[in-house]
Ligand binder design. Sequence first.
Ligand code: ZN
Length: 249
Amino acid sequence: MINAIDTHFHLDLYPRPADLLADIENNRIYAIAVTNTPSVYHFTQKICENKKYVRPALGLHPELAEERYRELGQFEDLLKTTRYIGEIGLDLINRCPDSSKTAQTKVFQKIIDLCATEGNKVLTVHSRGSESEVIERIGKNYPGKVILHWYSGSLKNMELALSYGFYFSVNSSMCRSKNGRKIIQSIPDSRLLTESDGPFITNKSMVNSPLNIDHTIAHISEIVKKPSQEVSKSIYENFKAVLESKNLR
Ligand SMILES: [Zn+2]
């Protein structure tokens, strides 16, 4: 059996994180537990201690950047405690006030710079309404691994991200949307990853989690017209490649 992979879910936002964590570990699902601010990271870091499959990620969500700007110092202090960084990025969807845009940009740029200096981080990045800006701010030859989470931009920007070596994590919502399916068909096998983005996504009234990533695999295999075993294997190999990479500057 090939291990399932979930590179973006919010463990701390489920009603019973410890129980879910135990289930994920028992099912041997490799997962990156993203967090939305440095002040809540401690909880996820603590419960993931000594766990084999779930890794805690330090983040500062773009939609909280303005309100939690002051936590950047904490972010910096905690940077050495994990190799995984997320949720970070930009969200410049319509009617985003200028003050939010300014804060988001400052926070994101600072995080990118800190992670580049440290080197070898794995970033899971939000880019809604800001794809080209996110891709360009990270840039090519970034000394780490970049996973664009729930990418919803143009194929042109996607090509650019691919040329920079970025990966794409696909979730069940993308499988259900027309644009999402188009994106999934264009992701090369060697850059495909899966995510649940649970508990934010529900699927037929079931809350997404790493435990039901197999549904997403089945859906992707229909979309790309390849056997699900083959799809799972590529995703597993890609995750391994991300973890094994050592591009320290
Ligand atoms: Zn998320």
